[in-house]
Design a protein around this ligand. Structure first.
Ligand code: FDA
Length: 367
């Protein structure tokens, strides 16, 4: 038995939540991360007084009162409400698809008129058994919404034509017949005042941290420091890819600082035409109602993932799901290692979900 109760690999939300709970129970933890900062993908870098979301835009939202109260013990949240807009060749539409969108598209005013328009377009397309993503989307929302707001964006995201993508990718396309631009349906939503780092810094207060430390570079030495390991890195890497590599989708970010106080008037603008190479531009200051003279924007480009790139989104198709299952069987047999988080369990988690998962893991382990 070593000096620490837990070696926690990964200072993201899973690792930090687990560490905070363990500390409360009097356990001693060592948190390591291969990056030069804590926070994992919710990490923000301050530029010109603006919290820049370095690994993609992060908006906290949940219906779970317990998780909302939990995060509010660390930080106060502002009243930011996610209301992205779409830019289609210079035409601006509100998202998610709602009465504001329909009014702009067709001039309709009442929900009845909007429904009739969509139904007429669906009927005209006459698709009974959708054979691909394009047919699926048109059968759900009609041609106009598909052509202007779905097609180009989706093709950029997947790097393939919508007619060559399977129909099952889009199961539902929510349409809202009210003038409500709030993207999320959740009861609680906001951005932490001072940024996400405040949460993670408070969670890890008083806990030993080693940055720029890759678990695999000194696995034996590090594991010997603690009784147990909580591992939030890639599960296939942990097992030296013995069954093969799990696949991901990645993103490329292009950050620019500008000498203007307001570049696009909204935090999130989706570019839904096919010609613009990026899918979104994030203007970070609007997440926190920033009043600085300058601004920072990030263009987001979807990208293929190859080993060494940041693994952002797991690809939960049959092949990868089967592969993960093989790794999970090994993981379930470990009695000194707990796997958690989005990479450790090969699962897309929102922030509130990964915190909930860490609390469950901590409760199981610590009581
Ligand atoms: P996370 O990846 O944050 O942490 C894992 C850590 O482990 C990393 O810091 C990594 O460096 C470290 N690590 C890995 N291997 C290691 C090794 N071998 N040695 C040492 N350290 C190692 N959610 C939401 O609620 N609202 C939102 O708007 C968004 N937006 C969003 C945008 C994008 C582009 C993505 C990819 C994700 C989101 N999310 C989100 C999801 C959110 O990012 C996610 O829920 C959490 O960051 C997951 O936290 P984890 O701790 O699981 O992983």
């Amino acid at each position: 038995s070593g000096k620490y109760d837990y070696l926690i690999v990964g200072a993201g939300l899973f690792g930090a939540t687990f560490a905070f709970e363990a500390k409360k129970q009097g356990k001693k933890c060592l948190v390591i991360d291969r990056r030069g900062h804590i926070g994992g993908n919710v990490y923000c870098e301050e530029v010109e007084g603006i919290n820049v979301h370095k690994y993609g835009a992060h908006i906290f939202h949940t219906n779970n009162k317990e998780i909302w109260d939990y995060v509010n013990q660390f930080v106060e949240f502002n009243r930011y409400t996610n209301s992205p807009v779409a830019n289609y060749n210079g035409e601006i539409y509100n998202l998610p698809f709602n009465m504001n969108t329909f009014n702009k598209l067709w001039g309709v005013v009442t929900p009845q008129e909007a429904k009739e328009k969509i139904e007429a377009q669906k009927a005209e397309a006459g698709i009974e058994k959708p054979q691909n993503l394009e047919e699926q989307a048109i059968s759900l929302v009609g041609t106009d919404i598909y052509e202007k707001l779905i097609k180009g964006y989706t093709e950029k995201q997947w790097g393939r034509k919508a007619t060559e993508l399977p129909a099952f990718i889009i199961k539902r396309l929510p349409v809202r017949f009210t003038y409500d631009n709030n993207y999320f349906n959740d009861k609680y939503q906001g951005i932490p005042i001072g940024g996400y780092n405040v949460i993670v810094e408070k969670m890890l207060e008083g806990i030993d941290i080693r940055l720029n430390t890759d678990f695999f570079a000194k696995k034996d030495e590090l594991e010997a420091l603690a009784d147990k390991t909580v591992f939030t890195g890639m599960i296939d890497e942990y097992y030296e890819y013995k069954f093969g590599k799990l696949e991901y989708r990645s993103l490329k970010f292009e950050q620019e600082q500008m000498d203007t106080s307001n570049y696009q008037g909204n935090a999130v603008v989706n570019y839904t035409d096919r010609e613009t190479p990026y899918t979104r531009i994030i203007e970070h200051k609007h997440f926190e109602f920033g009043t600085q003279d300058k601004t920072v924007i990030t263009k987001e480009y979807p990208s293929e993932w190859s080993p060494g790139d940041e693994p952002y989104y797991p690809i939960n198709d049959d092949k990868n799901t089967q592969l993960y299952k093989q790794y999970k069987e090994l993981a379930d047999k470990e009695d000194k290692v707990i796997f958690g988080g989005r990479l450790g369990t090969y699962k897309y988690y929102d922030m509130h979900q990964v915190i909930a998962a860490a609390l469950t893991a901590a409760e199981k382990e610590l009581t």
